[in-house]
Structure formats: structure tokens, C-alpha cells
Design a protein around this ligand. Structure first.
Ligand code: CIR
Length: 260
């Protein structure tokens, strides 16, 4: 049986645009370099393709500086997709760019119509449930609407909380396999992963938590050797991608693709 939470045949990505320099960020730690980001993005897409998955690469969207972070626009499940309603006003229009792409792929594309907000970065799909972290971008009404939509496909949604000051729930965690989560200690301390095996990021390597399990690989940001070693020792086939430029905009490995 296919494990819908990490075995995928497809992904959708979007090329970074020159407007990336205007992307949202919590703190200014430098201007992202487009050339470097394009190289990193191409490396990321190549790894997805190496697994045999078909990757649809969408063209850059100049009008939306954060549009490379496609994950926030939709939740993709085997039964259908749900278009998100981003809490960041500058990102709302990205959803309209993604909806037709997913309508071409899926028979069933549902929409969060509001008044609540929800972004894909706050959603962690595991084999048994969908965890949604309330954050500055995702509110209780958004979580409740998602629950009411995916109920018809038999999913249970569990509301959890993204730590204060952390952009998205998945900024601090990733799924590694059906039972195992990679998490920062600060997020795990909230108790949200009870019943799962948890591997912690190493101290000082919290930014390694935003990884993805994509078929045989765990794709993680480069530069976190202790966490990488932990994952290798646990038997995962780890691939590292430079993330220096996306990190300037609080982005990481999960943000760069929709996977299904
Ligand atoms: C933002 O603030 O919305 C973007 N600069 C970063 C989005 C990262 N997305 C994600 O973690 N899923």
C-alpha cells in the first residue's frame, strides 16, 4: 500500500523570480541572491526527479515575491486538493495561480473560503492524521474549515500550536516515516507528538527541522552536520540542499514543493 504521507509520484514547484528580494521575512539577515537560489532550486528539483517522481515546474511569478514557496497555497491529498487561504495578505493571490494547475491534475479541488486563514506550511500530514499548527498565519477558523472539508475523505485533523515567534508549524518539524517525526526540542516539548517516535534536531541546528521525506530520500538543508549524522545513523538516505537564500526569507525544504 502507498504511504500517502511520504510516497509520492508527483510534485509541483515554481521557479524563484527576481522579485524574491522583496519576499516576506521576520528579520532582515540579508538580501537573497537570485542566481544562488536558482541553482539551489534546480538541485532540489533534480533530487525530487531522481526518485522517479514527475515534477511540474511552474514559471516564476514576478507579481508575488514569495510564490516560490508553493507549499503554502494548497494541501494535496490522494483524494483531492484543498486550496488554502494565506494569512499573509501579500500571498493571497498566489492561490489563484495554483488552483488551475491542481484542477488539471485532480477531479476534486476544494477551497478554504474563510473567514479563517490557513497556510500549507502549518500542516503536517502523517499516516494517521493531519496536524495543523495555529500560528500568526493560521487561525482556529481556518483549522476548523479544513477539518470540515477533509472529513468527507476520512481524515482527522488535530489542532496544535506553532511555537511563538516561529513562522510555520513545519518550520520546526518534518515527517520522516509513518511513525517518526524530526522536531526541534522546543516544539516537541509542547507534547504534540505523543504516540510518535521523535528525533530531535541537534542543539543549535533548529533550522534543520524543515526537511522533507520524499520517497526514498530525506531532503534537508545543508549545514547541519550533527542532525544529518543523526538521520543517517537512524537509517535515512539523506540528501542535502543549500538553503542559505531561502533561509533569508524563512523558507526551507518543505515550502518549495507540493507533493502528492
Ligand atoms: C513567508 O513569510 O510567507 C515566506 N517568506 C516564507 C514561506 C515559507 N513557507 C513555508 O514554510 N511553508
Amino acid at each position: 500500500m502507498t504511504e500517502h504521507s511520504y510516497e509520492f509520484t508527483r510534485a509541483v514547484t515554481r521557479k524563484p523570480s527576481a522579485s524574491i528580494v522583496d519576499g516576506l521575512r521576520a528579520a532582515d539577515i540579508g538580501t537573497p541572491d537570485l542566481d544562488q537560489m536558482l541553482k539551489d532550486h534546480a538541485h532540489y528539483v533534480a533530487i525530487l526527479r531522481e526518485t522517479g517522481a514527475k515534477v511540474v515546474e511552474l514559471p516564476a511569478l514576478e507579481a508575488y515575491p514569495d510564490a516560490v514557496f508553493v507549499e503554502d497555497t494548497a494541501l494535496c491529498l490522494p483524494e483531492g486538493a484543498v486550496m488554502m487561504r494565506p494569512g499573509a495578505p501579500s500571498r493571497a493571490g498566489e492561490v489563484d495561480g495554483m488552483a488551475p494547475v491542481l484542477r488539471d491534475i485532480y477531479d476534486d479541488v476544494l477551497e478554504i473560503s474563510g473567514p479563517g486563514f490557513i497556510e500549507g506550511g502549518d500542516i503536517l500530514t502523517t499516516s494517521k492524521e493531519i496536524l495543523v499548527g495555529r500560528s500568526a498565519r493560521t487561525d482556529a477558523a481556518g483549522v476548523a474549515e479544513l477539518q470540515s472539508l477533509v472529513d468527507q475523505w476520512g481524515y482527522s485533523v488535530r489542532e496544535v500550536f506553532t511555537p511563538e515567534g516561529v513562522l510555520h508549524f513545519k518550520t520546526d518539524c518534518s515527517l520522516l516515516d509513518a511513525e517518526t517525526i524530526l522536531s526541534t526540542k522546543r516544539l516537541d516539548a509542547s507534547g504534540c507528538f505523543e504516540g510518535y517516535n521523535v528525533i530531535h534536531t541537534s542543539d543549535g541546528e533548529e533550522a534543520a527541522a524543515n526537511a522533507i521525506r520524499f520517497n526514498q530520500f530525506v531532503i534537508m538543508p545543508a549545514g547541519f552536520p550533527k542532525t544529518s549524522e543523526r538521520l543517517c545513523a537512524a537509517g535515512y538516505d539523506v540528501r542535502e540542499v543549500n538553503n542559505t537564500e531561502c533561509a533569508k526569507l524563512d523558507g526551507g525544504m518543505s515550502c518549495l514543493s507540493l507533493r502528492f
